[in-house]
Every structure is written in C-alpha cells, then in structure tokens.
Design a protein around this ligand. Structure first.
Ligand code: MGD
Ligand code: MGD
Ligand code: MO
Length: 737
C-alpha cells in the first residue's frame, strides 16, 4: 500500500454498508468517513478469497450518487405544468398539510380506492414504504399493483411446475457441474449474486464447458463461454422443445427420474412428437423459428442429455415477454427429463435462482394491516388464474391504462390521486408516452425519491429521501446469499431528507393516528431479528452483526434446490397438487386457455419476428438491464456513464442497409414512440435485432422525441397470459431521421 493511501486512511472512520438498490448484488462496501463526509469507498475485505464478496463498479461509485449535486434536499411543490421540472422549495409542514388536504378531498369525493399507491427501488427491511402503506390503509385504503415486473413469467412457471419459488443453487455449486448452458443469463452484467462471477471463474478454471444462448454476444459470453449460440428473441421454447424431440427420439431421457419424480411426460411427448397437432417438433421445425441450425440443435440436445450433471441456466429477462412463461416452463421440462433437478451441479431452472438464505427478511418488517381497498374480495392465494388476481389490483404493466380508463376499462377503480414512494414508473414501465397522458390525467400526485426523476416531474409534491448511507437498516443480498447484511448509517441525512419510514410516520402523525410508531430505528431492527426465526438462528449477537455488517452463513455444502425431494421422496413431496414436478399441470389445464397450455409449448406472440408488422418495423428490440446502472438509478453518475455510453446495438448488416456508421446519431421508432440515441455498430448482436439498455431517463422534446434514449417509449404496456410484463416483445425501425 502506498504511503499516500495510508495517510488518507489514518483518521477514517469505516462504516460497513450495502446499498438497498434493486440491483443484482447489493454488495457489501466499506464507507470511509472523515468529518462526517464519505471520502472513499472500498469493497469487502474478507481475507478468505472463497468468501470475499467483490463489489462491481457500481458499488464502488456510490459516493458520486450519494453526493450528486442533483440530490433533492428539501420538499418541493410544483409550480409549472406536469413534466415541466418547475418546482419551488416548501417546508415539510406545508408539504404534509397539502398531502393530507388533497388526499382527504379525493377520498371524500371519489372513495379511498381512487388513491393509487406503489413503491419500489429499494429493498431494506425498515426504511421502506411499509409504514406509509399501513398509514394509507388506516386512512381508508388504496389501490395498488399486482405482479412482479422482474419475474412474473418465471414465478408463474415455477409455481405451476414446482409450487415453490426457491429454485436456486448456491453459486458455489456451479463448480460441481460438467456443462453450464447460459440461456438468456448474463451474470457478468447483471451480477446474479455477488459471489456468482467468482464461482463462474473457478468453474472455467476447472475446464467446465460453458455455452451461451443469447441474441447478443454478452459480457458473460466474452468472459466465459466456449461457444455462443445466437438465437432470435422469444424463440427459446421452440429450441428447447426440439431438443426434447431429439432426446425422446434417441431415448436419452432419464426415464427412471421422470417416472419417479414427475407427472405428465406422456402429454408433453404427444405434443413434441406431433400426436397432438400433427406437427413433429423436429430440429428442422425449430431452426426455422429460432435461427439455430438444425444440426446444432441436435448436437446440443445430445450433449446436454449425456453430460451429467448439466446445469441449464435460464433467467428472468427473456421471460419478460409476450409468451414469457413458456421459456421458463420449457427449461424446467428439459432439466426434469434429463434428471438434473435436485442434483449438485444440476439446476432446477425457472429463472429465479433464489436460495432460502438470501431472503431472510421475508417476514421481517413492521407489521402492516390489511388494505381495506382489498377487503371482501375473493382469495387469490395460490391461484394461477390471472383473471382472479386482477379483480382487485392493477397489473404492474397496466398502470397507465388503469389511470386513463378506470372502471370503464375493467380496472378496479377510477384513479384520481397517486402516491409514488420510490420507483421510476415514467422510465421503467412499458409505453411511456401513454404514461405522459396518464400522469397528466390525475388530480393529485405525491412522490418521494432522491432525485427529480421523470416520474417525480409529474408530482404536485416531491419529498426528498435519504440514501442508504444515511440510515441503519437490514438489507438482503440478491437471492443467492448465503449471507445476511446490515447496512450501517455512515453520514447524517443530506439537507432535510427523510427515509420512507420516517415519511410514513410523519403522515400518520399528521392524520392524528396515535401510537402509530412505538419504537426507534435501533429497537425495530433488534425486534426484526428477534421475531424472525430465520434471522434468529444465525444472529446471536446483534452488536457484532452491526459492526461486521455481514454474517456469512456456513453451509456445510452448497445449497441445491429440491435436494430433499429427490433424495428422500417419501418424506418430501413437491408442493404441487400431485406432489411431483408437473411437466403437465392440471391447474393450467383447468384454466382452459390455449395461450397458457398445461405443458410447455412454443407459441408465437405479437411483435415477434413472425408478426406481419415486421414489414413496417423489421427489427426486434431488446432492452436488458444496464451494466453501469441499477435501472434508472445511478444514471447520473458520470464515472459510470463514461465507462459505457448509452447506445443502440446494431449489427453491421442492418447498419449498412440504413447508411448508419458507428457513432452516428440515429432514431429508433415505432407507432408508440421515437427516441434519439448513438449507434454502436457491432457484430455482438445478430442481424434483425437491436438492443438498448433500459433505465435512461425519459426526456421528451417538444416533438415528443425522447432525447434521453428511454427504451420504454418503444415497448408495450401489455402482459403475457401468465402475467409477465411484455417488455421484450417490441418491433422497431432504426433510421437517420
Ligand atoms: N424495457 C425494460 N423495462 C424494464 C425492464 C426491462 O428489462 N426492460 N426491467 C424491469 C425490472 S426487472 C425492474 S425491477 C424495473 C425497475 O423499475 P424501478 O424500480 O422503477 O427502477 P429504478 O430506476 O431502480 O427506480 C428506483 C427509483 O427509486 C429511487 N430510490 C432509490 N432508493 C430509494 C429509497 O430509499 N426511497 C425512495 N423513495 N426512492 C429510492 C431511485 O432514485 C430511483 O429513481 O424496471 C423494469 N423495466
Ligand atoms: N447491472 C445491473 N444488474 C442488475 C440490474 C440492473 O439494473 N443493473 N437489475 C437487477 C434486476 S431488478 C433484475 S430483475 C435482473 C434481471 O436480469 P435478467 O433477468 O438477466 O434480465 P435482462 O437484463 O433483461 O437480461 C436478459 C438477457 O437475456 C438476453 N435475451 C433477451 N431475449 C432473449 C431471448 O429471447 N432468448 C435468449 N436466450 N436470450 C434473450 C438478453 O440479451 C440479455 O443478455 O438483473 C438484476 N441485475
Ligand atoms: Mo427486476
């Protein structure tokens, strides 16, 4: 270490923290503080290389986020038009008085369900919008969203197949595999657990063969893969069904495993062999759909079925599409028929990849109360019937239609006011230009964030929120664990910032709710640990946990999903009606909708490459998560943006046909919107497909062209039959004007 570095370190106080952002890591970091100011950030310093949790470039740049000059520091009220960014500073008192007055008016005039409430963007245990949700419920209730924007397709697939969302393995288990197939999984960019890349590196060093299947030559392909198999978006189910056809024809399936642990293989086989619809799902059939040559489909099927154990890794991204759940259902079917479920070095598929040890505060948090807005409705617990789920709630990708159409459009309420407690819906939901109209249709909006985001620009009252460094909280790693984290407060809140929890308490106080909050921050965090058996078994010493900032859970061997069900089937059934893995699901059959079939199928979808709209808009649009942001968060950190300028990925074939050269300013457009962006002409994406990272701010000019390059001006505000936000199913054109 240099002398200079040592001098800097000498008066530093070090606080162990993690972010609470919705990113793929939430990595442990050490915040160095001098005179109340964070001066430097370092990563985890665990001396054991096997255990050290290495933060990515985003974690190392947090200082630039926390101290960004654009941070909101005071409450503000809108003085211009919605979306115009004209605001004036007001006091907390005035802000809260206005909120109480306006929400009371709306409640009295239209009923409590006309108040829409949603929160996102951060994942702490205490300093969330939980207190606000409770206060709003006590105030009379609200309408909220249904469906996880990240993973609803995957959730649907695992719930129908396994009856459980905990389908991951510890990342360490990648090293036990003989073959890793990354199908739409790009952890080098999206992290997928802080220990993931280390374990992939170890797997690679061991000589384990790694294949990627992706329309893009991803960062993971570049770093780890022995082979890249390009594929057209939305067609993995065709590829996988054809792999199953080869496996069945050549009798390579693990029949004993299938017989013992699953139901419905015969129904799937009938579909694959064409007994059901007269079309045999041969590699030639699939090649026409997915673009992978038939010979390669055949050899991939053989390689996958004969290498044991093999780890097929599907993810959530490709399932965020118009027929999303079929991709995960098909992957689950493949791993089942090859007997790779519940085995070290195998995988359960299903895209969620969580293990129980990364989810510790599922049951930690301030006890809420039931939202009266949802009282008296039918129970939606455990159902796979999406229509039932939509009775009381608005699908997460349908917020804008719900605002615009209300009950007349079949939505649960006529929305007149919204409280948006984090999350940036005016950048992160499909069809943002519709969002502009929707947000303008409301009578009152209150928002809370660290920045004047495109969403906050529509709010009548904007409340400033503290960053994760300005409060103590329990945070949780991306689902892979296995460790628990405590994010220490390193600095005082900037300006007059408050946490979401404090805002909830303040609102309750203004409404005169007595004894709304009985404990302080430290008391609550201790209570969470005491009351939550999953924490309690590991955290014996609260103060030590707080000081260390992390508790590593010593698993004797890597966690393997469904190991007990496979090794001890007498005593451990799958949580499905049959007690087995459901290749065929009777619950899906009962829904009786060909778009949500009881076995995995390839089903064409709107705005895929077989849609006639392709003539007008010939390019499929991808929108993966940005390597250097967490969605739209961190988008203003110059260090990060310099390292990966925002651009549309376009293949030279498509670029040349349009006279586009690398670095040119181009427009990407369809009937929903138009954005301006630089072109990155690269063979890292296949012809016929373009890609723009999600998360760039929505910045429309007078003509309505998004100058920020927000991909969601182009995407759809629809969802799949299983409830996946169909953000990856969009056709576009690219041109120089
Ligand atoms: N086209 C396309 N769109 C997508 C996706 C895609 O793949 N393609 N992915 C989808 C997915 S998976 C997700 S999860 C969503 C993410 O959607 P959002 O959650 O809306 O995304 P973020 O940009 O992370 O927004 C978080 C906001 O919360 C703020 N924030 C951070 N910390 C706090 C806090 O403590 N309190 C409050 N009140 N605010 C805070 C941040 O400043 C930021 O403005 O995007 C979805 N949108
Ligand atoms: N750096 C960073 N990491 C993040 C986040 C972030 O914002 N920034 N967000 C986090 C969150 S909330 C989530 S939900 C996860 C999401 O992470 P993912 O679920 O992995 O989603 P995406 O980022 O959309 O990545 C999808 C990948 O699949 C590929 N792909 C798209 N369509 C297809 C297809 O049809 N077939 C195949 N085979 N591949 C396809 C894309 O090219 C891309 O490589 O990431 C987390 N990690
Ligand atoms: Mo997500």
């Amino acid at each position: 270490m240099s002398a200079e570095k040592q001098t800097v370190m000498r008066g530093d106080q070090i606080f162990r923290c993690t972010s609470s952002l919705d990113c793929g890591g939430r990595c442990p970091v050490r915040l160095h503080v001098q005179d109340g100011v964070i001066v430097r950030i370092e990563g985890d310093d665990n001396s054991d290389p096997e255990k050290q949790l290495r933060a990515c470039l985003r974690g190392r740049a947090y200082r630039k986020f926390i101290y960004h000059p654009d941070r909101l520091k005071y409450p503000m009220k809108r003085v211009g038009e919605r979306g115009e960014k004209k605001y004036e500073r007001i006091s907390w008192d005035e802000a809260m008085d206005t909120i109480v007055r306006e929400l009371t008016r709306v409640k009295q005039t239209y009923g409590p369900n006309s108040i829409f409430f949603t929160a996102a963007g951060q994942l702490g245990a205490l300093h969330t919008a939980g207190a606000l949700a409770k206060a709003l419920a006590m105030f009379g209730g609200y309408t909220t969203i249904y469906g996880n924007i990240s993973s609803e397709g995957a959730v649907y697939a695992v719930m129908s197949s396994y009856g459980d969302v905990m389908v991951g393995h510890s990342r360490e288990d990648l090293q036990n595999s003989k073959l890793i197939i990354m199908c739409g999984w790009d952890p080098v960019r999206m992290i997928s657990g802080t220990d993931c890349i280390y374990n992939l590196t170890k797997a690679k060093e061991k000589g384990i063969r790694i294949i990627t299947i992706d329309p893009r030559f991803t960062h993971s392909a570049a770093t780890f893969a022995d082979e890249w198999i390009p594929i057209f978006p939305g067609t993995d189910a065709a590829l996988m069904v054809a792999m199953a056809q080869v496996i069945i024809k050549e009798n390579l399936q693990d029949q004993a495993f299938i017989d013992q642990y699953s139901v419905g293989f015969d129904v799937f086989k009938d579909y694959v062999l064409g007994h059901e619809d007269g079309i045999e799902k041969t590699p030639e059939w699939a090649a026409k759909i997915c673009g992978v040559p038939a010979k390669r489909i055949e050899s991939l099927a053989r390689e996958y079925a004969t290498t044991k154990p093999a780890c097929l890794m599907d993810c959530q991204g490709p399932a965020r599409a118009a027929m999303g759940e079929q991709y995960n259902r098909a992957a689950i079917t493949l791993t089942t028929i090859t007997g790779n479920v519940g085995k070290p070095g195998g995988s359960a598929c299903g895209g969620l990849m969580g293990i129980p040890y990364g989810h510790m505060f599922r049951s930690a948090g301030i006890p809420g109360i039931k939202n009266p807005g949802e009282a008296g409705g039918p129970s939606i617990r455990g159902t796979l019937d999406l229509n039932l789920r939509l009775v009381r709630r608005i699908h997460t990708n349908k917020i804008f239609d719900a605002f615009l159409e209300g009950k007349a459009g079949g939505y649960p309420a006529d929305i007149k006011a919204a409280w948006l407690a984090g999350g940036n819906i005016m950048t992160q939901r499909g069809n943002i230009n519709k969002g502009d109209r929707a947000m303008k249709s409301l009578e009152f909006i209150v928002g809370q964030d660290l920045f004047l985001t495109p969403t906050m620009r529509y709010a009548d009252i904007v409340l400033p929120v503290s960053s994760f460094a300005e409060k103590n909280d329990l945070t949780r790693p991306w689902p892979s664990g296995p460790y628990l984290t405590y994010a220490n407060k390193a600095i005082e809140p900037l300006g007059e910032c408050k946490t979401d929890w404090e805002i909830g308490n303040l609102f309750a106080e203004k409404l005169g709710f007595e004894k709304f909050n009985e404990f302080d921050e430290d008391q609550w965090l201790r209570i969470f640990i005491q009351n939550n058996p999953e924490y309690k078994q590991f955290i014996k010493d609260y103060d030590k946990f707080k000081a260390d900032g992390i508790h590593r859970i010593d698993l004797k061997e890597p966690y393997v999903a469904f190991r007990q069900q496979i090794e001890d089937p007498e005593n451990h059934k799958f949580n499905t009606p049959s007690g087995k893995i459901e290749i065929f699901s009777q619950r899906l059959a009962d829904i009786n909708d060909p778009k949500i079939p009881p076995v995995a199928k390839y089903i064409p979808s709107p705005e895929d490459r077989h849609d006639p709209l392709l003539e007008k808009y010939p390019l499929q649009l991808l929108s993966p998560h940005p390597r250097v942001r967490a969605h739209s968060t961190l988008q203003n950190v110059d260090w990060l943006m310099e390292s990966a300028p925002h651009a549309v990925w376009i293949n030279p074939v498509d670029a040349e046909a349009r006279g586009i050269r690398d670095g040119d300013e181009v427009y990407v457009f369809n009937d929903r919107g138009k954005l301006a962006i630089k072109a990155w002409v690269t063979r890292r994406i296949i012809p016929g497909v373009v890609s723009i990272y999600e998360g760039a701010y929505y910045e429309p000019d007078e003509e309505g062209i998004c100058r920020g390059g927000c991909v969601n001006v182009l995407t759809n505000d629809t969802y799949s039959p299983g409830g996946a936000a169909a953000l990856k199913s969009a056709l576009v054109q690219v041109g120089k004007n």
